[in-house]
Write a protein that binds this ligand. Sequence first.
Ligand SMILES: [Zn+2]
Length: 174
Amino acid sequence: MDTPTLTRPNPDTILICPACGGENPANAVFCANHQCHKALGEFKYVLEELDSSRSAIEKLADKVSGFIAKPKFIIIHVLWFAVWILLNQGVFDKFEGFDTYPYSLLSIILAIEAVLVTGFLLISQNHQYAYSEKRAELDYEVNVRAYRKLLELENRLDRLLATDQDSTGTEDHA
Ligand SMILES: [Zn+2]
């Protein structure tokens, strides 16, 4: 019977994490580096792969959308509006307003900001979507591989049991 060579990890060797380059025991499942904690194995690293192919604008978009999602973004805007309105309402005696009511300059700035923010959010969302798609694809691939391996093992076990029965059968007759 042909026995395909199985690539079992050698316990004497160490596993090098492809993500952070750290050394791990050969039987480790996850990288020991807590900051990395990647699953060790012969598969692709979706996040790293996508990150390396990310363009400068996509990196910026991810940073911007990350910032927008924080409460800081709203607080900064509220403070900005408050200061802007107070300045232009002449609350501070010595300061003459530069954008009197109805604050057209502020409206223009906000309109430009809205366009940019929408663009950045869409770019970032696209990137996130691509990431989820790749991840799902990888999950599916791993599932299919595991399924095939399981079938292979089942077949081998069946054959092993069959040969075992055959040999015990012949022993009985002998
Ligand atoms: Zn690692």
